[in-house]
Design a protein around this ligand. Structure first.
Ligand code: BTN
Length: 266
């Protein structure tokens, strides 16, 4: 296993297990893989991967930085039926991502609703959904082998890589093919059975549960993820508000005894 190997088609194509990743579009450098899938003739499952982005995008207009060859940077084209709530794909992708990371890096990753992936409270991966005209471009960035010095020091949520979190190197190609296989399985399950099926797995991996949070002006204790993907926030008087989207601002205080983890307070 060569950890510095580029994710070229001749390496990745023979490893692919399903329809996601076909065709597989690779570049050594691009502005953003999100822009490599704009051609309307591309079909579902097309994946763009690069070694380095010069203008990587994060959620809420933020940038996504990488050190060349150290991250997994990909975009996947999806075309869900018009009646499907596209926003739920954040959680579908987030869950697939934690499962793939755990499988390859032998970790216990958590989801910070809606789709940040945390290891020991530090962000190792994120998902960006961009949709228009029935097409959803699901962008995923994973910090794989950056050193502490190569990670952004001013991130809203402190950043980690799989390497800094586990003190070991990890194989990007193995992570890529595992992720695509899991994305395909979870996406198909979502189309067939809906998001409610995922709630037990999301609950087990919910980094926010029991924490005091504010999102979209609503403050209270994070009380799990509802069957439709909204975040449940319980106020002091016991009333529960369901929040559909937004950036979670965890506060430093924590509710409930004995919760593990929780260094994700920005
Ligand atoms: C976030 O957590 O804010 C989402 C980050 C998403 C980054 C990935 S990297 C591949 C794809 N191309 C981009 O420009 N952004 C996404």
């Amino acid at each position: 296993m060569n950890h510095n190997e580029q994710l070229t088609p001749d390496l990745v194509d023979p490893m692919l297990r399903g329809r996601f990743g076909r065709p597989y579009l690779w570049s050594e450098e691009c502005e953003s893989t999100q822009d490599a899938l704009r051609d309307p003739s591309l079909h579902e499952g097309t994946v763009a991967v690069t070694e380095h982005q010069t203008a990587g995008r994060g959620r809420e207009g933020r940038t996504w930085e990488d050190a060349p060859g150290r991250s997994l940077l990909l975009s996947l084209l999806l075309r869900p039926p018009a009646s499907f709530p596209v926003q739920q794909l954040s959680l579908v992708a987030g869950l697939s991502l934690v499962e793939a990371i755990d499988a390859v890096a032998e970790t216990s990753a958590q989801i910070k609703w809606p789709n940040d992936v945390l290891l020991d409270g530090r962000k190792v991966a994120g998902v960006l959904l961009e949709s228009s005209e029935g097409r959803v471009i699901c962008g995923i960035g994973v910090n794989v082998s950056q050193t502490e010095e190569e990670l952004p020091s001013d991130a809203r949520v402190p950043a980690a890589s799989l390497r800094t979190a586990t003190k070991r190197e990890h194989d990007r190609a193995a992570l890529l093919v595992e992720l695509l296989a899991r994305l395909q399985r979870r996406y198909d399950e979502w189309l067939d059975l809906g998001l409610a099926l995922f709630v037990p797995d999301l609950t087990r991996r919910d980094a926010l549960r029991g924490l005091a949070v504010t999102v979209g002006g609503v403050s209270g204790t994070a009380a799990g993820i509802a069957a439709d993907g909204r975040l449940r926030i319980r106020a002091k008087d016991g009333t529960v508000t369901l929040v559909a989207s937004g950036e979670v601002e965890p506060k430093l205080s924590r509710r409930g005894p004995g919760r593990a983890g929780s260094r994700n307070d920005p």
